[in-house]
Design a protein around this ligand. Structure first.
Ligand code: ADP
Length: 600
């Protein structure tokens, strides 16, 4: 069974106590007044009874004083009956003579009435004679008390009814009044709650209220209005400040994640969302340690533990730096503690920098150094061996062998020179001060010259280079040496990555957009897998797999790109399919841009 418990507040308790007291008071007053009234009524009734008895005595004396004794009985009986029949309150009347003998008594006639007698009053019957007042007997009147009883009862009932009514009205007034006040207090309470909940400007209705409560409600509404106005002013200011802060934070190129004292993410900027590949709603208010990258790795957990284990004064001067991998990307993360104005520790900030490219370049650089060393070692070793042999045994070889040796030495020296030139060109072309002298050139001639210089290389693999030139190509202003080197690079690559006995086609023509002249080198070599194509012109980038076994520096194509795009405002391109071949080329603007000419 349910245990009902009524919760009464102080106000309700006081109302209840007041009601009990007023009820008691009304009850006591009612009983007291009723008793008083009863007393008064009884007194008045007794006085009335005495008066009545006296009247009966005087009347009776008047009736019997002049008649014979024999007739007195009948006269009194008649008179008594007359009184008894018209008056319910009189139960009997009895007459006695001066000797105490009963002359007439209605008791004998109407015995029943005597039973109802409540009180009796006697009065002397006297007549005036010359000798003075003579007592001739006594009359006794018995009163039934019926009338007084009903009067008292009626008075009592009326009084109780009046008091009960008064109590009811009082209680009703108290309850209604309390209800009205409570209702208004409730609405005030509701309003205060709204305000404390930040709903400034909330107004209460005051039509039904009156007096002090109305004034209170009006004051509340006024306060609410002021707060609203103040809030709007403040909000505008705060919004401005916040917007400024957010704009700055959101536009920072590095990722920023702010965590509170309990490791919960409280703020994350756009870059961080992109870097961590998360939606704001998914990461806000979650523990940063629980962040998983796309491979399901908890990338931050270990480092956050380390950060928390390091004393604050140390970490403050030297923030914790580490790299995490998010999917395939490498993210440099820097965690620094965050302090309030009062220097209380409130959390930490993680700055995220995508260093995938830098790490890749670093890797490529070290790969480049190892490649260059390797590439240099081979010709140097060959050179040393051949020079050593010739030096130690000058007469042991015939003319033809010596010539063969010297040819090898010559080729290796050329290879060595090319490599050193590549590295030198690279640093020269990359430098911001690099300036190219440009002159009017016939690209067709340049193509012919390059093809001629590559002939020996092509012949080694029995590769035929064919040249397809559009007639009357416009003369354009270029840096001769640079374009020549770019062409040589493309043709030598085509030879390098083509099988023996194949064909390389070099084209020089006007591009679809006739503002450009297009030169391309097409081969039927090993081709390039699609995933490498967008990075193939990057510095040090090399494809190294089962088919791309030829060693190199990864600089050649990058030099082509710099020469064409940075120094000639042209564009390089590549189309390639593995095992089918590649077409590398570039487009050069027919008209050199004016300011570029000034630079030359
Ligand atoms: P490298 O000195 O290594 O040849 P490059 O910058 O000239 O450097 O070339 C970069 C990479 O591009 C090479 O490692 C090679 O894998 C690829 N490559 C360049 N040209 C061709 C081509 N014609 N066919 C296939 N692969 C090529």
């Amino acid at each position: 069974m349910k245990n009902f418990k009524i919760n009464l507040n102080t106000q309700n308790k006081m109302i209840l106590v007041g009601l009990v007291f007023s009820t008691l008071l009304i009850f006591i007053i009612a009983v007291f007044l009723t008793n008083k009234v009863q007393e008064k009524l009884s007194q008045s009734y007794n006085e009335l009874a005495q008066l009545l008895t006296k009247t009966v005595a005087i009347e009776s004396v008047e009736l019997i004083k002049d008649i014979e004794d024999t007739k007195k009985y009948d006269t009194l009986a008649y008179h008594t009956n007359l009184i008894l029949n018209t008056n319910d309150s009189i139960s009997y009347i009895e007459f006695k003579n001066d000797k105490g003998q009963v002359i007439y008594s209605s008791k004998d006639v109407e015995k029943n009435r005597a039973k109802e007698t409540k009180s009796s009053v006697s009065a002397p019957m006297s007549i005036k004679t010359d000798l003075g007042v003579k007592n001739i007997g006594v009359v006794t009147v018995g009163f039934s008390g019926k009338m007084i009883k009903s009067v008292i009862l009626t008075t009592k009932n009326s009084m109780f009814f009046v008091f009960a009514l008064a109590w009811l009205v009082l209680s009703a007034v108290a309850v209604i009044n309390t209800w009205l006040i409570t209702r208004e207090l409730h609405s005030l309470h509701h309003g205060v709650k709204k305000i404390s909940g930040g709903q400034f400007g909330y107004t209460l209705k005051d039509e039904d209220a009156s007096g002090d409560i109305k004034e209170l409600i009006d004051a509340f509404n006024d306060m609410s209005k002021r707060l609203h106005a103040y809030e709007e002013k403040n909000i505008d200011q705060l919004t401005l400040e916040r917007n400024k802060f957010e704009t700055v934070l959101m536009s920072i190129i590095n990722g920023v994640v702010v965590c509170d004292n309990f490791d919960n993410v409280v703020l994350i900027n756009n870059s961080a969302k992109k870097i961590l590949d998360v939606e704001e709603s998914d990461i806000l208010n979650t523990k940063i340690q629980m962040y998983c990258d796309t491979d399901g790795e908890l990338c931050f957990r270990e480092k956050i533990e380390q950060f928390k284990d390091t004393p604050l004064d140390i970490i403050e001067t030297k923030p914790l730096e580490f790299n995490i991998s998010v999917g395939k990307r490498i993210i440099k993360s820097v965690i620094s503690p965050m302090f309030s104005k009062n220097q209380d520790y409130v959390g930490y900030i993680i700055v995220l920098i995508d260093v995938t490219r830098e790490v890749e370049v670093d890797k490529l650089k070290s790969q480049f150094i190892s490649n260059v060393s390797h590439e240099l070692r081979t010709p140097v070793t060959i050179l040393r061996t051949y020079v050593d042999t010739l030096y130690s045994h000058p007469n042991d070889f015939d003319e033809a062998t010596r010539k063969e040796f010297i040819e090898v030495i010559n080729n290796e020296t050329t290879r060595l020179q090319k490599m050193v030139n590549d590295v030198l060109d690279f640093s020269r072309l990359e430098s911001p001060e690099a300036n190219f002298v440009k002159e009017d050139c016939d690209i067709g001639n340049l193509v012919d010259e390059s093809v001629a210089s590559m002939k020996i290389l092509a012949d080694e693999k029995n590769i035929v280079i064919s040249v397809i030139k559009e007639p009357e190509l416009p003369i354009i202003k270029v840096n001769r040496e640079g374009i020549q080197r770019a062409l040589n690079n493309l043709i030598s690559n085509a030879i390098k990555y083509s099988p023996e006995n194949s064909r390389v086609k070099v084209r020089a023509e006007l591009a679809a957009d006739s503002n450009y002249l297009e030169v391309s080198v097409e081969d039927n070599g090993i081709g390039i897998p699609p995933e490498h194509l967008d990075k193939i012109f990057d510095r040090f980038y090399r494809v190294e797999n089962d088919t791309h076994t030829v060693k190199g520096t990864g600089l050649g194509l990058h030099l082509v790109k710099i020469t064409i795009e940075k120094h000639h405002q042209g564009k390089v391109f590549v189309n390639s399919k593995p095992n089918q071949g590649s077409t590398f080329g570039f487009r050069l603007p027919v008209k050199v841009i004016e300011q570029e000419e000034d630079l030359v």
